[in-house]
Design a protein around this ligand. Structure first.
Ligand code: ADP
Ligand code: MG
Length: 599
Protein backbone atom coordinates (compact mmCIF):
# COMPACT_ATOMS: atom_id res chain seq x y z
CA UNK A 1 0.00 0.00 0.00
CA UNK A 2 1.47 3.31 -1.00
CA UNK A 3 0.85 6.38 1.05
CA UNK A 4 0.41 8.35 -2.14
CA UNK A 5 -2.73 10.46 -2.26
CA UNK A 6 -4.76 10.18 -5.41
CA UNK A 7 -7.73 12.32 -4.43
CA UNK A 8 -7.38 16.11 -4.55
CA UNK A 9 -9.78 19.02 -4.45
CA UNK A 10 -10.23 20.58 -7.88
CA UNK A 11 -9.04 24.12 -8.38
CA UNK A 12 -11.76 26.78 -8.49
CA UNK A 13 -11.55 27.39 -12.24
CA UNK A 14 -11.96 23.72 -13.13
CA UNK A 15 -14.73 23.28 -10.60
CA UNK A 16 -16.60 26.31 -11.92
CA UNK A 17 -16.31 25.00 -15.46
CA UNK A 18 -17.79 21.68 -14.42
CA UNK A 19 -20.61 23.43 -12.57
CA UNK A 20 -21.17 25.72 -15.55
CA UNK A 21 -21.66 22.72 -17.80
CA UNK A 22 -24.53 21.56 -15.62
CA UNK A 23 -26.47 24.76 -16.09
CA UNK A 24 -25.36 25.95 -19.50
CA UNK A 25 -25.16 23.35 -22.21
CA UNK A 26 -26.19 25.32 -25.27
CA UNK A 27 -27.31 28.76 -26.34
CA UNK A 28 -30.90 28.20 -25.30
CA UNK A 29 -29.84 27.56 -21.68
CA UNK A 30 -28.30 31.04 -21.61
CA UNK A 31 -31.52 32.48 -23.02
CA UNK A 32 -33.51 30.60 -20.39
CA UNK A 33 -31.38 31.85 -17.49
CA UNK A 34 -31.28 35.46 -18.69
CA UNK A 35 -35.05 35.48 -19.24
CA UNK A 36 -35.53 34.09 -15.74
CA UNK A 37 -33.40 36.86 -14.29
CA UNK A 38 -35.29 39.55 -16.19
CA UNK A 39 -38.60 38.07 -15.02
CA UNK A 40 -37.36 37.91 -11.43
CA UNK A 41 -36.32 41.57 -11.71
CA UNK A 42 -39.97 42.44 -12.33
CA UNK A 43 -39.54 43.49 -15.96
CA UNK A 44 -42.65 44.30 -17.99
CA UNK A 45 -40.77 44.26 -21.27
CA UNK A 46 -37.99 41.90 -22.30
CA UNK A 47 -36.11 41.80 -25.58
CA UNK A 48 -33.84 38.99 -26.73
CA UNK A 49 -31.29 39.60 -29.47
CA UNK A 50 -29.60 36.63 -31.12
CA UNK A 51 -26.63 36.94 -33.43
CA UNK A 52 -25.29 33.90 -35.24
CA UNK A 53 -27.82 31.63 -33.54
CA UNK A 54 -26.76 33.06 -30.18
CA UNK A 55 -23.26 31.63 -30.52
CA UNK A 56 -21.85 35.03 -31.48
CA UNK A 57 -24.03 36.97 -29.09
CA UNK A 58 -27.08 36.65 -26.90
CA UNK A 59 -28.27 39.96 -25.54
CA UNK A 60 -31.21 40.29 -23.18
CA UNK A 61 -32.57 43.72 -22.32
CA UNK A 62 -35.10 44.22 -19.56
CA UNK A 63 -36.79 47.17 -17.89
CA UNK A 64 -36.78 45.56 -14.46
CA UNK A 65 -35.38 46.72 -11.13
CA UNK A 66 -31.74 46.91 -12.18
CA UNK A 67 -28.88 46.37 -9.71
CA UNK A 68 -26.93 48.61 -7.43
CA UNK A 69 -23.22 49.01 -8.09
CA UNK A 70 -22.50 46.81 -5.06
CA UNK A 71 -24.74 44.02 -6.35
CA UNK A 72 -23.32 44.29 -9.84
CA UNK A 73 -19.84 43.75 -8.47
CA UNK A 74 -20.69 40.32 -7.08
CA UNK A 75 -23.67 39.04 -9.09
CA UNK A 76 -21.44 36.87 -11.31
CA UNK A 77 -19.69 35.08 -8.45
CA UNK A 78 -20.68 31.46 -7.74
CA UNK A 79 -23.59 31.16 -5.31
CA UNK A 80 -24.34 34.87 -5.33
CA UNK A 81 -28.03 35.47 -5.22
CA UNK A 82 -30.49 37.96 -3.83
CA UNK A 83 -33.27 35.40 -3.85
CA UNK A 84 -32.32 33.02 -1.10
CA UNK A 85 -30.94 33.67 2.36
CA UNK A 86 -31.13 30.40 4.22
CA UNK A 87 -31.64 26.78 3.25
CA UNK A 88 -35.16 27.00 4.62
CA UNK A 89 -35.99 29.47 1.87
CA UNK A 90 -35.50 26.60 -0.57
CA UNK A 91 -38.94 25.41 0.39
CA UNK A 92 -40.61 28.69 -0.32
CA UNK A 93 -39.35 29.73 -3.71
CA UNK A 94 -41.36 32.33 -5.55
CA UNK A 95 -38.70 33.34 -8.06
CA UNK A 96 -37.41 31.64 -11.21
CA UNK A 97 -33.82 31.66 -10.01
CA UNK A 98 -32.56 30.87 -6.55
CA UNK A 99 -29.22 29.07 -6.80
CA UNK A 100 -27.11 32.02 -7.80
CA UNK A 101 -25.23 30.02 -10.38
CA UNK A 102 -26.49 31.23 -13.75
CA UNK A 103 -24.37 34.33 -14.15
CA UNK A 104 -21.38 32.52 -12.63
CA UNK A 105 -21.81 29.66 -15.10
CA UNK A 106 -22.19 32.04 -18.00
CA UNK A 107 -19.09 33.96 -16.88
CA UNK A 108 -17.19 30.66 -16.89
CA UNK A 109 -18.43 29.78 -20.39
CA UNK A 110 -18.35 33.01 -22.37
CA UNK A 111 -17.63 36.73 -22.44
CA UNK A 112 -20.14 38.47 -20.22
CA UNK A 113 -21.06 42.13 -20.12
CA UNK A 114 -23.70 43.64 -17.84
CA UNK A 115 -24.98 47.20 -17.81
CA UNK A 116 -27.58 48.00 -15.21
CA UNK A 117 -29.43 50.97 -13.81
CA UNK A 118 -31.92 51.30 -10.97
CA UNK A 119 -32.88 54.85 -11.86
CA UNK A 120 -32.83 55.14 -15.63
CA UNK A 121 -30.26 57.89 -15.42
CA UNK A 122 -26.97 56.70 -14.10
CA UNK A 123 -25.96 53.09 -14.55
CA UNK A 124 -22.94 50.85 -14.08
CA UNK A 125 -21.20 48.40 -16.31
CA UNK A 126 -18.97 45.40 -15.87
CA UNK A 127 -17.22 43.04 -18.24
CA UNK A 128 -15.93 39.56 -17.43
CA UNK A 129 -13.71 37.87 -19.95
CA UNK A 130 -11.89 34.65 -19.11
CA UNK A 131 -11.97 35.35 -15.38
CA UNK A 132 -10.75 38.94 -15.85
CA UNK A 133 -13.17 41.47 -14.41
CA UNK A 134 -13.22 44.92 -15.95
CA UNK A 135 -15.19 47.71 -14.32
CA UNK A 136 -16.79 49.87 -16.99
CA UNK A 137 -17.63 52.54 -14.44
CA UNK A 138 -20.64 54.81 -14.50
CA UNK A 139 -22.56 54.99 -17.75
CA UNK A 140 -25.79 56.47 -18.97
CA UNK A 141 -28.38 53.70 -19.12
CA UNK A 142 -32.10 53.07 -19.22
CA UNK A 143 -33.73 51.61 -16.15
CA UNK A 144 -33.24 47.88 -16.10
CA UNK A 145 -30.46 45.58 -17.18
CA UNK A 146 -28.70 44.67 -20.41
CA UNK A 147 -26.81 41.38 -20.32
CA UNK A 148 -24.68 40.43 -23.28
CA UNK A 149 -23.11 36.99 -23.67
CA UNK A 150 -20.58 36.70 -26.49
CA UNK A 151 -18.80 33.74 -28.03
CA UNK A 152 -20.37 31.02 -25.99
CA UNK A 153 -17.96 28.28 -24.90
CA UNK A 154 -14.92 30.16 -26.19
CA UNK A 155 -13.24 28.92 -23.01
CA UNK A 156 -14.78 25.44 -23.18
CA UNK A 157 -13.76 24.22 -26.65
CA UNK A 158 -14.94 20.67 -25.94
CA UNK A 159 -18.45 21.93 -25.41
CA UNK A 160 -18.30 24.38 -28.28
CA UNK A 161 -18.04 21.39 -30.59
CA UNK A 162 -21.47 20.25 -29.48
CA UNK A 163 -23.16 23.45 -30.55
CA UNK A 164 -25.27 22.90 -33.63
CA UNK A 165 -25.62 25.13 -36.66
CA UNK A 166 -26.72 28.73 -36.02
CA UNK A 167 -30.12 27.83 -37.48
CA UNK A 168 -30.56 24.90 -35.08
CA UNK A 169 -29.39 26.97 -32.11
CA UNK A 170 -31.79 29.75 -33.09
CA UNK A 171 -34.60 27.27 -33.23
CA UNK A 172 -33.84 25.92 -29.78
CA UNK A 173 -33.57 29.49 -28.38
CA UNK A 174 -36.88 30.32 -29.99
CA UNK A 175 -38.51 27.32 -28.29
CA UNK A 176 -37.29 28.51 -24.89
CA UNK A 177 -38.41 32.06 -25.69
CA UNK A 178 -41.95 30.88 -26.48
CA UNK A 179 -42.06 28.57 -23.47
CA UNK A 180 -41.20 31.43 -21.15
CA UNK A 181 -43.44 33.92 -22.89
CA UNK A 182 -46.38 31.58 -22.46
CA UNK A 183 -45.99 31.48 -18.71
CA UNK A 184 -45.81 35.28 -18.41
CA UNK A 185 -48.45 36.74 -20.70
CA UNK A 186 -48.44 40.03 -18.78
CA UNK A 187 -44.87 40.70 -19.94
CA UNK A 188 -44.14 41.98 -23.45
CA UNK A 189 -41.55 39.81 -25.21
CA UNK A 190 -39.57 40.62 -28.34
CA UNK A 191 -37.18 38.40 -30.22
CA UNK A 192 -34.67 39.91 -32.63
CA UNK A 193 -32.66 37.77 -35.05
CA UNK A 194 -29.58 39.37 -36.57
CA UNK A 195 -30.91 42.74 -35.42
CA UNK A 196 -34.33 42.31 -37.02
CA UNK A 197 -37.52 41.95 -35.01
CA UNK A 198 -38.70 38.38 -35.54
CA UNK A 199 -41.37 37.85 -32.87
CA UNK A 200 -43.40 40.40 -30.95
CA UNK A 201 -45.66 39.19 -28.18
CA UNK A 202 -47.40 42.15 -26.58
CA UNK A 203 -48.62 41.85 -22.99
CA UNK A 204 -51.99 40.11 -23.16
CA UNK A 205 -54.34 37.70 -21.48
CA UNK A 206 -53.14 34.11 -21.23
CA UNK A 207 -55.54 33.02 -23.95
CA UNK A 208 -54.38 35.68 -26.32
CA UNK A 209 -50.74 34.92 -25.54
CA UNK A 210 -51.25 31.26 -26.43
CA UNK A 211 -52.98 32.19 -29.66
CA UNK A 212 -50.23 34.72 -30.49
CA UNK A 213 -47.48 32.23 -29.74
CA UNK A 214 -49.12 29.25 -31.42
CA UNK A 215 -51.25 30.58 -34.26
CA UNK A 216 -51.44 27.09 -35.75
CA UNK A 217 -53.04 25.78 -32.57
CA UNK A 218 -55.74 28.37 -32.42
CA UNK A 219 -56.76 29.41 -35.88
CA UNK A 220 -59.89 30.91 -34.43
CA UNK A 221 -58.15 31.86 -31.21
CA UNK A 222 -60.87 30.25 -29.19
CA UNK A 223 -60.15 27.89 -26.37
CA UNK A 224 -61.66 25.70 -23.77
CA UNK A 225 -60.66 26.69 -20.30
CA UNK A 226 -60.95 24.31 -17.39
CA UNK A 227 -60.15 25.30 -13.84
CA UNK A 228 -59.80 23.08 -10.81
CA UNK A 229 -58.72 23.86 -7.29
CA UNK A 230 -57.58 21.68 -4.47
CA UNK A 231 -55.76 22.16 -1.22
CA UNK A 232 -52.33 23.51 -1.96
CA UNK A 233 -52.68 23.86 -5.71
CA UNK A 234 -54.80 25.15 -8.54
CA UNK A 235 -54.93 23.93 -12.11
CA UNK A 236 -55.81 25.78 -15.31
CA UNK A 237 -56.04 23.85 -18.55
CA UNK A 238 -56.47 25.54 -21.90
CA UNK A 239 -56.97 23.69 -25.14
CA UNK A 240 -58.40 24.27 -28.57
CA UNK A 241 -61.50 22.46 -29.84
CA UNK A 242 -61.21 18.73 -30.30
CA UNK A 243 -60.88 19.38 -34.02
CA UNK A 244 -57.20 20.16 -33.43
CA UNK A 245 -55.60 16.75 -33.48
CA UNK A 246 -51.94 15.85 -33.00
CA UNK A 247 -50.05 12.68 -33.88
CA UNK A 248 -47.93 12.90 -30.73
CA UNK A 249 -47.95 14.47 -27.29
CA UNK A 250 -45.50 17.24 -28.13
CA UNK A 251 -48.08 20.01 -27.97
CA UNK A 252 -49.18 19.17 -24.47
CA UNK A 253 -47.25 21.71 -22.40
CA UNK A 254 -47.00 21.52 -18.65
CA UNK A 255 -46.13 24.42 -16.38
CA UNK A 256 -45.62 24.22 -12.65
CA UNK A 257 -45.39 27.59 -10.90
CA UNK A 258 -44.75 29.21 -14.28
CA UNK A 259 -41.89 26.88 -15.14
CA UNK A 260 -42.16 24.65 -18.19
CA UNK A 261 -41.45 21.14 -17.02
CA UNK A 262 -41.39 17.63 -18.38
CA UNK A 263 -43.69 15.50 -16.31
CA UNK A 264 -45.10 12.59 -18.20
CA UNK A 265 -47.69 11.76 -15.55
CA UNK A 266 -49.36 15.11 -16.14
CA UNK A 267 -49.15 14.85 -19.92
CA UNK A 268 -50.82 11.49 -19.55
CA UNK A 269 -53.50 12.98 -17.29
CA UNK A 270 -54.45 15.41 -20.07
CA UNK A 271 -54.60 12.52 -22.56
CA UNK A 272 -56.77 10.41 -20.26
CA UNK A 273 -59.10 13.29 -19.52
CA UNK A 274 -59.70 13.86 -23.22
CA UNK A 275 -59.31 10.25 -24.36
CA UNK A 276 -62.92 10.01 -25.56
CA UNK A 277 -62.15 12.60 -28.20
CA UNK A 278 -58.64 11.56 -29.13
CA UNK A 279 -58.65 7.83 -29.67
CA UNK A 280 -56.29 5.65 -31.60
CA UNK A 281 -52.92 7.35 -31.55
CA UNK A 282 -54.26 10.90 -31.74
CA UNK A 283 -53.50 13.49 -29.09
CA UNK A 284 -54.76 16.90 -28.09
CA UNK A 285 -52.82 20.11 -27.95
CA UNK A 286 -53.18 21.52 -24.45
CA UNK A 287 -51.60 23.85 -21.93
CA UNK A 288 -51.68 22.85 -18.32
CA UNK A 289 -50.71 25.42 -15.71
CA UNK A 290 -50.38 24.29 -12.14
CA UNK A 291 -49.77 26.65 -9.27
CA UNK A 292 -48.52 24.76 -6.26
CA UNK A 293 -47.74 26.01 -2.82
CA UNK A 294 -43.93 26.30 -3.07
CA UNK A 295 -43.53 24.11 0.00
CA UNK A 296 -45.09 21.18 -1.89
CA UNK A 297 -42.75 21.21 -4.84
CA UNK A 298 -39.00 20.84 -5.20
CA UNK A 299 -37.35 22.39 -8.26
CA UNK A 300 -33.92 21.82 -6.88
CA UNK A 301 -33.50 18.37 -8.43
CA UNK A 302 -32.51 19.32 -11.97
CA UNK A 303 -29.83 21.80 -13.07
CA UNK A 304 -32.15 23.40 -15.60
CA UNK A 305 -35.19 22.99 -13.31
CA UNK A 306 -36.85 20.95 -16.05
CA UNK A 307 -37.88 18.26 -13.63
CA UNK A 308 -39.66 18.71 -10.36
CA UNK A 309 -40.61 16.63 -7.42
CA UNK A 310 -44.23 17.24 -6.64
CA UNK A 311 -45.92 16.04 -3.49
CA UNK A 312 -49.28 14.53 -4.20
CA UNK A 313 -48.71 14.01 -7.89
CA UNK A 314 -51.34 11.22 -8.04
CA UNK A 315 -53.93 13.57 -6.58
CA UNK A 316 -53.15 16.26 -9.15
CA UNK A 317 -53.27 13.60 -11.86
CA UNK A 318 -56.75 12.60 -10.73
CA UNK A 319 -57.93 16.18 -10.48
CA UNK A 320 -56.80 16.92 -14.03
CA UNK A 321 -58.43 13.79 -15.49
CA UNK A 322 -61.69 14.38 -13.66
CA UNK A 323 -61.86 18.11 -14.41
CA UNK A 324 -61.41 17.46 -18.12
CA UNK A 325 -63.92 14.62 -18.23
CA UNK A 326 -66.45 16.66 -16.35
CA UNK A 327 -65.95 19.69 -18.58
CA UNK A 328 -66.38 17.66 -21.76
CA UNK A 329 -69.28 15.72 -20.26
CA UNK A 330 -71.10 18.91 -19.44
CA UNK A 331 -70.59 20.23 -22.91
CA UNK A 332 -72.17 17.12 -24.31
CA UNK A 333 -75.21 17.26 -22.09
CA UNK A 334 -77.97 17.97 -24.55
CA UNK A 335 -80.84 17.80 -22.10
CA UNK A 336 -82.99 20.87 -21.90
CA UNK A 337 -80.81 23.45 -23.49
CA UNK A 338 -78.11 24.01 -26.01
CA UNK A 339 -76.40 26.56 -23.82
CA UNK A 340 -73.56 24.29 -22.93
CA UNK A 341 -72.83 23.50 -26.54
CA UNK A 342 -72.58 26.90 -28.03
CA UNK A 343 -70.58 29.87 -26.95
CA UNK A 344 -72.48 32.61 -25.25
CA UNK A 345 -71.67 36.03 -26.61
CA UNK A 346 -69.44 36.90 -23.71
CA UNK A 347 -67.56 33.64 -24.20
CA UNK A 348 -66.76 34.64 -27.74
CA UNK A 349 -65.47 38.01 -26.69
CA UNK A 350 -63.21 36.53 -24.06
CA UNK A 351 -62.02 33.96 -26.49
CA UNK A 352 -63.46 30.89 -24.82
CA UNK A 353 -65.47 28.66 -27.03
CA UNK A 354 -67.35 25.61 -26.08
CA UNK A 355 -67.11 23.01 -28.79
CA UNK A 356 -69.76 22.74 -31.41
CA UNK A 357 -69.14 19.10 -32.22
CA UNK A 358 -72.41 17.62 -31.12
CA UNK A 359 -75.81 17.88 -32.63
CA UNK A 360 -78.28 17.66 -29.80
CA UNK A 361 -80.81 14.94 -30.44
CA UNK A 362 -84.21 16.32 -31.14
CA UNK A 363 -86.42 16.30 -28.07
CA UNK A 364 -90.11 16.11 -28.84
CA UNK A 365 -92.02 18.67 -26.88
CA UNK A 366 -89.10 21.03 -26.44
CA UNK A 367 -88.62 24.02 -28.72
CA UNK A 368 -87.06 22.76 -31.90
CA UNK A 369 -83.32 22.81 -32.14
CA UNK A 370 -82.11 25.88 -33.96
CA UNK A 371 -79.10 25.22 -36.10
CA UNK A 372 -76.34 27.60 -35.21
CA UNK A 373 -73.27 28.27 -37.32
CA UNK A 374 -71.42 25.14 -36.35
CA UNK A 375 -69.91 24.44 -39.75
CA UNK A 376 -67.13 26.90 -39.24
CA UNK A 377 -65.42 25.15 -36.38
CA UNK A 378 -66.30 21.66 -37.46
CA UNK A 379 -65.35 21.70 -41.05
CA UNK A 380 -62.83 24.42 -41.47
CA UNK A 381 -63.12 27.65 -43.36
CA UNK A 382 -66.52 29.14 -43.83
CA UNK A 383 -66.19 29.27 -47.56
CA UNK A 384 -66.70 25.56 -48.07
CA UNK A 385 -68.31 24.94 -51.38
CA UNK A 386 -70.03 21.68 -52.02
CA UNK A 387 -71.39 20.28 -55.21
CA UNK A 388 -74.35 18.01 -55.12
CA UNK A 389 -75.91 17.06 -58.42
CA UNK A 390 -77.72 13.75 -58.57
CA UNK A 391 -77.55 13.48 -62.34
CA UNK A 392 -79.74 10.58 -63.45
CA UNK A 393 -76.95 9.13 -65.59
CA UNK A 394 -74.76 8.69 -62.49
CA UNK A 395 -77.24 6.84 -60.39
CA UNK A 396 -75.73 4.44 -57.98
CA UNK A 397 -77.63 1.29 -57.17
CA UNK A 398 -79.12 2.81 -54.11
CA UNK A 399 -79.90 6.04 -55.83
CA UNK A 400 -82.01 4.28 -58.43
CA UNK A 401 -83.75 2.57 -55.59
CA UNK A 402 -84.50 5.96 -54.19
CA UNK A 403 -85.87 7.36 -57.44
CA UNK A 404 -88.10 4.35 -57.90
CA UNK A 405 -89.68 4.69 -54.49
CA UNK A 406 -89.54 8.49 -54.24
CA UNK A 407 -88.09 9.93 -51.08
CA UNK A 408 -90.33 9.17 -48.22
CA UNK A 409 -90.53 10.59 -44.78
CA UNK A 410 -89.33 8.01 -42.34
CA UNK A 411 -90.93 8.30 -38.97
CA UNK A 412 -89.45 6.37 -36.11
CA UNK A 413 -90.97 5.12 -32.99
CA UNK A 414 -89.11 6.81 -30.22
CA UNK A 415 -86.38 4.39 -29.18
CA UNK A 416 -84.05 4.65 -26.21
CA UNK A 417 -81.16 5.72 -28.39
CA UNK A 418 -82.87 8.12 -30.77
CA UNK A 419 -85.98 10.19 -30.86
CA UNK A 420 -86.81 12.33 -33.82
CA UNK A 421 -87.14 12.17 -37.57
CA UNK A 422 -85.22 12.61 -40.77
CA UNK A 423 -85.62 11.94 -44.44
CA UNK A 424 -83.09 9.65 -46.11
CA UNK A 425 -82.39 10.84 -49.64
CA UNK A 426 -79.97 8.20 -50.87
CA UNK A 427 -76.31 7.47 -51.36
CA UNK A 428 -73.85 9.46 -53.45
CA UNK A 429 -70.41 8.57 -54.77
CA UNK A 430 -70.96 5.11 -53.28
CA UNK A 431 -69.65 6.59 -50.05
CA UNK A 432 -71.97 9.18 -48.54
CA UNK A 433 -75.50 9.08 -47.28
CA UNK A 434 -77.68 12.12 -47.81
CA UNK A 435 -80.32 13.00 -45.34
CA UNK A 436 -82.60 15.90 -44.53
CA UNK A 437 -83.20 16.68 -40.92
CA UNK A 438 -84.80 19.77 -39.53
CA UNK A 439 -83.41 22.70 -41.53
CA UNK A 440 -80.27 20.98 -42.71
CA UNK A 441 -78.91 18.61 -45.30
CA UNK A 442 -76.48 16.10 -43.84
CA UNK A 443 -73.84 14.39 -45.92
CA UNK A 444 -72.78 11.43 -43.86
CA UNK A 445 -69.54 9.50 -44.35
CA UNK A 446 -70.75 5.90 -44.21
CA UNK A 447 -67.36 4.32 -43.53
CA UNK A 448 -66.34 6.73 -40.78
CA UNK A 449 -69.77 6.44 -39.19
CA UNK A 450 -69.75 2.69 -39.06
CA UNK A 451 -66.20 2.71 -37.83
CA UNK A 452 -67.22 4.91 -34.96
CA UNK A 453 -70.21 2.73 -34.20
CA UNK A 454 -68.11 -0.43 -33.96
CA UNK A 455 -65.46 1.38 -31.99
CA UNK A 456 -68.01 2.39 -29.37
CA UNK A 457 -69.42 -1.11 -29.40
CA UNK A 458 -66.01 -2.65 -28.72
CA UNK A 459 -65.36 -0.18 -25.94
CA UNK A 460 -68.64 -0.87 -24.22
CA UNK A 461 -68.90 -4.63 -24.54
CA UNK A 462 -67.09 -7.46 -22.90
CA UNK A 463 -64.78 -9.13 -25.41
CA UNK A 464 -65.44 -12.68 -26.51
CA UNK A 465 -62.22 -14.59 -26.21
CA UNK A 466 -61.25 -17.27 -28.71
CA UNK A 467 -58.50 -19.79 -28.17
CA UNK A 468 -55.87 -19.57 -30.90
CA UNK A 469 -55.08 -22.79 -32.74
CA UNK A 470 -51.51 -21.67 -33.13
CA UNK A 471 -50.40 -19.33 -30.34
CA UNK A 472 -48.49 -16.21 -31.38
CA UNK A 473 -45.07 -15.78 -29.85
CA UNK A 474 -44.30 -12.25 -28.67
CA UNK A 475 -40.76 -11.59 -29.82
CA UNK A 476 -39.19 -8.86 -27.76
CA UNK A 477 -36.35 -7.89 -25.48
CA UNK A 478 -36.47 -9.09 -21.90
CA UNK A 479 -37.12 -5.58 -20.55
CA UNK A 480 -40.17 -5.24 -22.77
CA UNK A 481 -41.33 -8.72 -21.80
CA UNK A 482 -41.18 -7.71 -18.14
CA UNK A 483 -43.35 -4.68 -18.82
CA UNK A 484 -45.86 -6.77 -20.75
CA UNK A 485 -46.00 -9.29 -17.92
CA UNK A 486 -46.91 -6.55 -15.48
CA UNK A 487 -49.92 -5.67 -17.59
CA UNK A 488 -51.36 -9.15 -18.18
CA UNK A 489 -54.61 -8.35 -16.33
CA UNK A 490 -55.16 -5.25 -18.43
CA UNK A 491 -54.62 -7.15 -21.67
CA UNK A 492 -57.00 -9.83 -20.41
CA UNK A 493 -59.59 -7.08 -19.94
CA UNK A 494 -59.65 -6.53 -23.69
CA UNK A 495 -59.58 -10.26 -24.36
CA UNK A 496 -55.89 -10.70 -25.13
CA UNK A 497 -54.74 -13.63 -23.03
CA UNK A 498 -50.97 -13.75 -22.75
CA UNK A 499 -49.15 -16.70 -21.23
CA UNK A 500 -45.56 -17.74 -20.64
CA UNK A 501 -44.13 -21.14 -21.60
CA UNK A 502 -41.47 -23.12 -19.69
CA UNK A 503 -38.66 -21.35 -21.52
CA UNK A 504 -39.96 -17.96 -20.43
CA UNK A 505 -41.30 -17.13 -23.90
CA UNK A 506 -44.46 -14.97 -23.81
CA UNK A 507 -47.22 -15.87 -26.25
CA UNK A 508 -50.77 -14.86 -27.04
CA UNK A 509 -52.96 -17.82 -26.19
CA UNK A 510 -56.37 -16.38 -26.97
CA UNK A 511 -57.93 -13.17 -28.25
CA UNK A 512 -61.19 -11.75 -29.61
CA UNK A 513 -62.08 -12.71 -33.17
CA UNK A 514 -62.22 -9.03 -34.10
CA UNK A 515 -58.44 -8.97 -33.69
CA UNK A 516 -57.77 -12.07 -35.82
CA UNK A 517 -57.09 -10.02 -38.93
CA UNK A 518 -54.86 -7.73 -36.90
CA UNK A 519 -52.33 -10.27 -35.71
CA UNK A 520 -49.35 -8.19 -36.77
CA UNK A 521 -50.81 -4.99 -35.36
CA UNK A 522 -51.45 -6.68 -32.03
CA UNK A 523 -47.90 -8.03 -31.78
CA UNK A 524 -46.40 -4.78 -32.96
CA UNK A 525 -48.37 -2.60 -30.57
CA UNK A 526 -47.64 -4.90 -27.64
CA UNK A 527 -43.93 -4.60 -28.22
CA UNK A 528 -43.65 -0.95 -29.23
CA UNK A 529 -46.29 0.69 -27.07
CA UNK A 530 -45.93 -1.35 -23.91
CA UNK A 531 -46.61 0.84 -20.93
CA UNK A 532 -49.31 2.76 -22.75
CA UNK A 533 -52.11 0.28 -22.43
CA UNK A 534 -54.84 2.84 -23.13
CA UNK A 535 -53.24 3.67 -26.43
CA UNK A 536 -52.92 0.01 -27.40
CA UNK A 537 -56.55 -0.53 -26.56
CA UNK A 538 -57.92 2.41 -28.52
CA UNK A 539 -55.60 1.78 -31.42
CA UNK A 540 -56.66 -1.88 -31.67
CA UNK A 541 -60.33 -1.06 -31.38
CA UNK A 542 -59.99 1.68 -33.96
CA UNK A 543 -58.28 -0.68 -36.39
CA UNK A 544 -60.72 -3.52 -35.76
CA UNK A 545 -63.63 -1.10 -36.25
CA UNK A 546 -62.10 0.10 -39.51
CA UNK A 547 -61.83 -3.49 -40.79
CA UNK A 548 -65.42 -4.23 -39.86
CA UNK A 549 -66.98 -1.08 -41.29
CA UNK A 550 -68.45 -0.70 -44.76
CA UNK A 551 -65.80 0.63 -47.03
CA UNK A 552 -66.22 3.77 -49.09
CA UNK A 553 -67.47 2.44 -52.39
CA UNK A 554 -69.66 -0.25 -50.84
CA UNK A 555 -73.28 -0.15 -51.83
CA UNK A 556 -75.50 0.06 -48.82
CA UNK A 557 -79.09 -1.07 -48.69
CA UNK A 558 -81.95 1.06 -47.54
CA UNK A 559 -82.49 -0.51 -44.12
CA UNK A 560 -78.83 -0.48 -43.27
CA UNK A 561 -78.55 3.16 -44.29
CA UNK A 562 -81.51 4.14 -42.11
CA UNK A 563 -80.07 2.17 -39.24
CA UNK A 564 -76.68 3.84 -39.58
CA UNK A 565 -78.12 7.36 -39.81
CA UNK A 566 -80.13 6.76 -36.66
CA UNK A 567 -76.98 5.71 -34.88
CA UNK A 568 -75.04 8.71 -36.11
CA UNK A 569 -77.65 11.17 -34.88
CA UNK A 570 -77.70 9.46 -31.52
CA UNK A 571 -73.96 9.97 -31.04
CA UNK A 572 -73.03 12.80 -28.72
CA UNK A 573 -69.70 13.33 -30.46
CA UNK A 574 -69.98 12.54 -34.14
CA UNK A 575 -66.35 11.87 -34.95
CA UNK A 576 -64.59 8.76 -36.18
CA UNK A 577 -62.05 7.02 -33.94
CA UNK A 578 -59.29 9.03 -35.61
CA UNK A 579 -61.01 12.32 -34.96
CA UNK A 580 -62.53 13.09 -38.36
CA UNK A 581 -66.10 14.39 -38.48
CA UNK A 582 -68.77 11.90 -39.48
CA UNK A 583 -70.85 14.29 -41.53
CA UNK A 584 -71.08 17.65 -43.15
CA UNK A 585 -74.10 19.66 -42.14
CA UNK A 586 -75.34 22.16 -44.69
CA UNK A 587 -78.00 24.39 -43.18
CA UNK A 588 -80.81 25.80 -45.26
CA UNK A 589 -79.61 29.30 -44.46
CA UNK A 590 -76.14 28.43 -45.62
CA UNK A 591 -77.48 26.93 -48.84
CA UNK A 592 -79.49 30.06 -49.51
CA UNK A 593 -76.42 32.10 -48.88
CA UNK A 594 -74.31 29.94 -51.21
CA UNK A 595 -76.85 30.35 -53.99
CA UNK A 596 -77.26 34.03 -53.17
CA UNK A 597 -80.95 33.59 -52.49
CA UNK A 598 -82.56 36.09 -50.21
CA UNK A 599 -85.92 34.39 -49.79
P1 ADP B 1 -30.19 33.57 -9.28
O1 ADP B 1 -31.13 34.05 -10.34
O2 ADP B 1 -30.34 32.11 -9.00
O3 ADP B 1 -30.25 34.41 -8.05
P2 ADP B 1 -28.12 34.43 -11.08
O4 ADP B 1 -26.71 34.03 -11.20
O5 ADP B 1 -29.00 34.18 -12.24
O6 ADP B 1 -28.70 33.71 -9.80
O7 ADP B 1 -28.18 35.94 -10.70
C1 ADP B 1 -27.51 36.42 -9.55
C2 ADP B 1 -28.14 37.69 -8.99
O8 ADP B 1 -27.93 38.76 -9.89
C3 ADP B 1 -29.64 37.59 -8.85
O9 ADP B 1 -30.00 37.02 -7.62
C4 ADP B 1 -30.07 39.05 -8.98
O10 ADP B 1 -30.00 39.70 -7.73
C5 ADP B 1 -29.03 39.65 -9.87
N1 ADP B 1 -29.50 39.76 -11.28
C6 ADP B 1 -29.21 38.96 -12.31
N2 ADP B 1 -29.81 39.35 -13.45
C7 ADP B 1 -30.53 40.45 -13.13
C8 ADP B 1 -31.38 41.35 -13.88
N3 ADP B 1 -31.64 41.14 -15.19
N4 ADP B 1 -31.94 42.37 -13.22
C9 ADP B 1 -31.69 42.58 -11.90
N5 ADP B 1 -30.90 41.78 -11.16
C10 ADP B 1 -30.32 40.73 -11.75
MG1 MG C 1 -31.04 33.51 -12.28
Amino acid sequence: MSEERRIHVLDKVTASKIAAGEVIDRTSSVVRELLDNAIDAGATEISVYLTGGGIKEIRVIDNGSGMSKADLDICFLPHSTSKLNTADDLFNIMTMGFRGEALASIAASAKLEIITSQTGEIGYGIEIDGGQVKDLGAVKANKGTVVSVKELFCYLPARRKFLKSPAAETSSCRTVFYEKALAFPNITFKLFLEGKLSTFLPAASLKKRIADAYPSLAPEKLYHQVEAKCEGYSVTILFPGVGVVRRDRRDIKIYVNSRPIQEFALVQAVCYGLSAYFPGGTYPAAFLFIQIDPSLVDFNIHPAKREVKINNLPMIHRTVVEALKQHMGELQKPAGSTDALYPKDEDISTGIQKPAEAVPPYQPGTPSYQPKPVEKTLFGPEKTSITFSPAPTHQSRSFSNLLKDKPEVVNFQPSPEYKGDFRYLGQIFDSFLLCEREDSLYIIDQHASQERFYFDLFLSSKPEVHQLLIPYNIECESQVAELIEKQLPQYAEIGIIIKKDETGQLYIDAMPSSFFELKNDVLNLLVTQTGDFENIKTELYARAACKKAFKAGDAIDYDKAIDLIKKVFAMPMPRCPHGRPLYYQLTKDKLYQLLERTV
